[in-house]
Design a protein around this ligand. Structure first.
Ligand code: PLP
Length: 417
């Protein structure tokens, strides 16, 4: 028999989403026909705008004619799309040649592991999008699994209200690979220009790499807040940015993203990261779907961008309504991101998840699923229909805004900040 990959064995099951699905199923078995309001998942709910759908329809039609049919395309993605991303998203701060089109940010986070030696230390914001941890474990960059879902050998950097959700990197060993997610999933908070500048300086001084995930950048509403790591001087020598069309234009099912690998980025031995990424992607990946890329190009044209702003405004209004409904409680995120991060009276995020599921039929995500420092919080997603947001707001108010609770919350948050 063939030997199993021991790194996959370390992963165990995806405890968080498996457990959520199990609890939803149990409730539906107990109370058949119940309609749940899903504020648990980070999936978009609004349709893709017409100009983008039309571009994809045309691209599909071209495939149906002998004259216009095309097969494999340009290895790193359509040049026009790379040019558009460079101009529209990066203000030409990175060149089209440094942009590699992908089938999504999650897929690139996985493939990117192959760039780095198994011995590279890994550091994560805690809490954060679980895929970084999963990809690191699967690529053998850690020791064994520990209790509570955290892994030996990974540096968990608590990001809490007390430290303004900024990771303290001062104790990291030189040569660490540090994942940064801003706007952050799950906290909905954004790293400021100063915070990001300090992180870039640290990386430069300590020969670390930053893997910056800007999947939610389009939700940022303030010019003061950086939408890309490359807005920070010197970042091109220490950072890869990975990003996505998923949340900005509803492409979670279509699948389209990109990574920026600057020419200036080099490994410890002085060799080019761009060259290795080029080798890796052309070996393991055969370009993103040509239909999806046609949609991506349309999304970055005038009409597509206007629709994108409307979509984002819709989700941010959802977030505002939820924040307003919960307003006596301290609540983070929701202003430049589609997630609210709510501190809890009870220390257990699973307990609150269960109460909301049982009493309000609302699905949320327990904070602990995003890392040990997520305990004591729940994530509420603003990706939902407006009518569900109105219903959920009333129900959440009813359950979470007990008078005594509000006092407990307020006192605790005052001590915290
Ligand atoms: N990055 C973050 C921070 C996410 O929250 C998600 C999805 O929830 C992704 C990446 C996945 O992006 P994609 O759909 O492009 O794979």
């Amino acid at each position: 028999m063939v030997e199993r990959n021991a790194d996959v064995a370390k992963m165990g099951r995806n405890y968080l989403f498996h457990e959520i699905a199990k609890r939803k199923k149990a409730l539906l078995e107990k109370e058949p026909g119940t309609r749940l309001i899903n504020l648990g998942i980070g999936d978009t709910t609004e349709p893709i705008p017409p100009s983008v759908v039309e571009a994809m329809r045309e691209a599909a039609s071209r495939l149906g004619s002998k004259k216009t049919y095309t097969g494999y395309g340009e290895t790193h993605g359509k040049w026009l799309l790379r040019e558009k991303i460079s101009e529209v998203i990066y203000n030409s701060k990175v060149s089209p040649d440094e942009i590699f089109i992908s089938d999504g940010a999650k897929c690139d986070v996985g493939r990117m592991q192959l760039l780095f030696s198994r011995n590279v230390p890994v550091a994560l914001q805690d809490p954060v999008y679980p895929a970084y941890m999963g990809a690191s474990v699967l690529s053998g960059k850690t020791g064994g699994a520990q209790d509570g879902g955290s892994y030996e050998g990974i540096h968990y950097l608590p990001c809490t209200p007390e430290n303004g959700f900024t990771p303290d990197v001062t104790t990291l060993p030189p040569g660490t690979l540090l994942y940064l997610c801003s706007p952050n999933n799950p906290t909905g908070t954004v790293l400021t220009r100063d915070q990001l500048t300090r992180l870039v300086h640290f990386a430069r001084e300590n020969r670390c790499f930053l893997l910056f995930d800007s999947a939610y950048a389009a939700f940022i509403q303030s010019e003061e807040l950086p939408r890309s790591i490359y807005e920070i001087e010197g970042a091109q020598e220490v950072a890869i940015e990975t990003s996505s069309f998923s949340k900005r234009i509803g492409f979670t099912g279509v699948r389209l993203g990109w990574s920026v690998v600057p020419h200036k980025l080099t490994f410890a031995d002085g060799s080019s990261v761009w060259k290795d990424w080029s080798t890796l992607t052309s070996t393991l990946f055969n370009e993103a779907s040509n239909i999806a890329q046609a949609g991506g190009i349309a999304a970055l044209e005038k009409e597509g961008l206007a629709s994108q702003r409307k979509l984002i405004a819709f989700y941010l209004e959802n977030a505002r309504l939820l924040r307003e409904a919960l307003s006596p409680l301290p609540c983070y995120g929701g202003e430049h991101a589609p997630f609210l991060w709510l501190p809890l009276r009870s220390k257990s995020s699973w307990e609150t998840f269960e109460t909301l599921l049982e009493k309000a039929k609302i699905v949320t995500t327990p904070g602990v699923g995003f890392g040990p420092s997520g305990e004591g919080f729940i994530r509420i997603s603003a990706f939902a229909s407006r009518s569900d947001i109105h219903k959920a707001s009333t129900l959440l108010q009813h359950i979470l805004l007990q008078k005594a609770d509000v006092e407990v919350f307020k006192n605790r948050e005052q001590q915290r900040t």
